[in-house]
Ligand binder design. Structure first.
Ligand code: NIG
Ligand code: FE
Length: 399
């Protein structure tokens, strides 16, 4: 819409439409106490929603990145002691305070790139104490921050080092997740349960058992599905009534059909495709054709996608997966909100929704993917509060 106006009151949008209608309803001059933000020449879009992150971690893996550049694969590096377990050991060694500080710094960066809400997982603790520590750090780091966070319990991100070597040990960990860790994380404020359903990690049956146990304590399922091999995670997600199935590089036609039938959102992470040098993207166009809603996420983590920027992911979603500018914007706003059960409150600019608004320094929304590699975010309103101005964090967030 050209020449548009938005009005927010008490943190919610009360008007969104043509400027002429706005003037007719509310007059030219601002009412007393009203703040006016001039968006001339700019484009207002909903605050971005990041549907998949692994925020509370400590320690980087840039060495693995460089090894991949020299030809090693993600799987080979993990088998040689790197991968998720490398971050498990540095995250276990980190204090709750350090993890909370890391979360806050990452949320600040996300906000400057237009994100106003995100999902964030545990999964680098892999035992009761450390999974709880990660969740507490996530909530502490997010407390009072303009970016809202929906926590996901992911104790089944990998088999912990001390539960390897025999199937009995692994079974014991799956049982521990079900009986102890998931209930404790649900108690601690987690909203979702996730599992890495992958060859050599958790099988479809183990994943199903974990997701069902999560459901029993009130957690809504989401699944790391068909990322590296076509194991059947997409169909599992449909079976258990998951909100979202994520990655899906190897999702089969049947898996995609099942997702369409059950209304599972496909959360696609093209940043990870590029970062792991997979030479493959999820089949987004096929999914759209079959009626699956597509969401986007950064997958922000130190191993397979180190970025806080959803616009960077948007660029890859459009050029890599063939989503149009409009589809890409929908995937990083309304559909991403649906994938975290927030579509009633967030994800679009309409009366009744939270005033989470991003002003892009751009004359049209196409610029979001067309003008690439730069941060176009000029201003951000989160719940009606002006938190980014001309690219800078405002208030206590400013450094
Ligand atoms: O979403 N696939 C599993 N988990 C992460 C990778 C995490 C890591 O490498 O540390 C992902 O890609
Ligand atoms: Fe992930």
């Amino acid at each position: 819409m050209k020449d548009a106006a938005l009005l927010a009151e008490d943190g919610r949008i009360v008007f969104a439409g043509p400027d002429a209608d706005f003037v007719r309803l509310y007059g030219e001059a601002p009412a007393p106490g009203e703040t006016v933000l001039d968006g001339s020449g700019k484009t207002a879009v909903p605050g971005f929603v990041d549907a998949h992150t692994h925020l509370p971690w400590d320690g980087f893996r840039e060495d693995e990145f460089n090894r991949r550049l020299k030809g090693e694969t993600y799987a080979a590096i993990a088998a040689a002691g790197g991968g998720i377990l490398a971050t498990v050991s540095t995250t276990r060694a980190a204090s709750e305070e350090t993890l909370a500080r890391n979360v806050r710094a990452r949320l600040d960066l996300m906000l400057r790139h237009g994100t106003t809400f995100c999902e964030a997982k545990t999964g680098y603790g892999l035992d009761l104490a450390n999974e709880k520590k990660q969740l507490r750090a996530l909530l502490k780091g997010a407390k009072g921050h303009p970016v809202g966070v929906a926590p996901t319990a992911l104790p089944a991100h990998e088999v912990p080092p001390e539960r390897r070597g025999s199937s009995a040990l692994k079974r014991r960990y799956v049982e521990e997740c079900r009986a102890e860790i998931l209930p404790a994380l649900a108690d601690g404020g987690a909203r979702f349960v996730d599992v890495f359903c992958e060859e050599g990690v958790f099988s479809v049956e183990e994943s199903r058992a974990i997701l069902e146990a999560g459901k029993a304590v009130g957690l809504r399922p989401r699944v790391h599905a068909d990322e590296l091999t076509p194991l059947g995670g997409a169909s599992l997600a449909a079976d258990v009534g998951a909100l979202s199935a994520d990655h899906l590089l190897y999702a089969t036609d049947e898996g995609i059909e099942a997702m369409a039938r059950s209304g599972v959102v496909a959360t696609l992470l093209p940043g990870t495709s590029v970062f792991l040098r997979t030479n493959r993207y999820a089949r987004a166009r096929h999914m759209v054709e079959r009626g699956v809603a597509i969401a986007l996420g950064t997958d922000c983590n130190p191993g397979s996608s180190y970025t806080e920027s959803l616009p960077a992911v948007a660029f890859l979603a459009s050029l890599g997966m063939g989503l149009t500018a409009e589809e890409t914007l929908t995937a990083m706003t309304l559909n991403a909100a649906a994938s975290v059960d927030e579509a009633k409150a967030r994800g679009s600019l309409e009366p009744g929704k939270r005033a989470d608004i991003v002003l892009l320094d751009a004359p049209s929304l196409e610029h979001l993917v067309y003008h690439w590699g730069v941060n176009l975010v000029s201003d951000v309103l989160a719940g009606g509060e002006h938190v980014v101005s001309r690219g800078d964090l405002l208030g206590s967030r400013a450094s």
